[in-house]
Design a protein around this ligand. Sequence first.
Ligand code: IMP
Length: 196
Amino acid sequence: MKLVLASKNQGKLKEMQSILQSLGVEVVLQSELGIDVDVEETGTTFSENAQIKAEAVCKASGLPAIADDSGLCVDALQGAPGVYTARYGGEGLSDEARYRLLLNNMRGLGPRTCHFVSAIACVFPDGTLLQAEGVCDGTVAYAPMGTDGFGYDPIFFIPGMKKTFAQLTAEEKNAISHRGKALRAFAEVLEEHLKS
Ligand code: IMP
């Protein structure tokens, strides 16, 4: 089965492919099908935004579409940037500029505890909606460390491993990450759905 990923993010694609391929599911980026849908994320929760993105791409492609809406929630910032993580600091900033802004905004604040959330939505042409969610706890590092991964990975520190996400291999990150957890939960829901 082919699922169209409602995203332009290669990092998300790789993480999804590595977990869903065991189910015989092929995940392709919307751009590979020539689909250029960029919906406004008007939801107030991660799961609402995931559903909005998956519905739009399902409608445009006529194929089952999967979307992840994710973000970083920092306790000392009352859960910000949350659903605004991708837009933190405004349009046009690089990933590095966004996480450096977050580090600046954390100066003098405590605690540094935070969590990543990933909400997955999969929408089928017949309107069926499958959903799953995963959370990963960590802390905001004092300075970026590591070069792997994407987005805020260099500043997301896992105290138990004494490393940031950007210092983990893809397999290590998938094993503990919000998206890894959400995708494994989603894989179970999808398997049940395909059996029914
Ligand atoms: P979305 O693509 O609209 O869901 O936005 C997600 C935001 O959270 C982007 O800024 C991503 O870079 C960031 N993000 C989500 N998951 C991760 C991750 O696993 N590592 C680092 N940043 C992430």
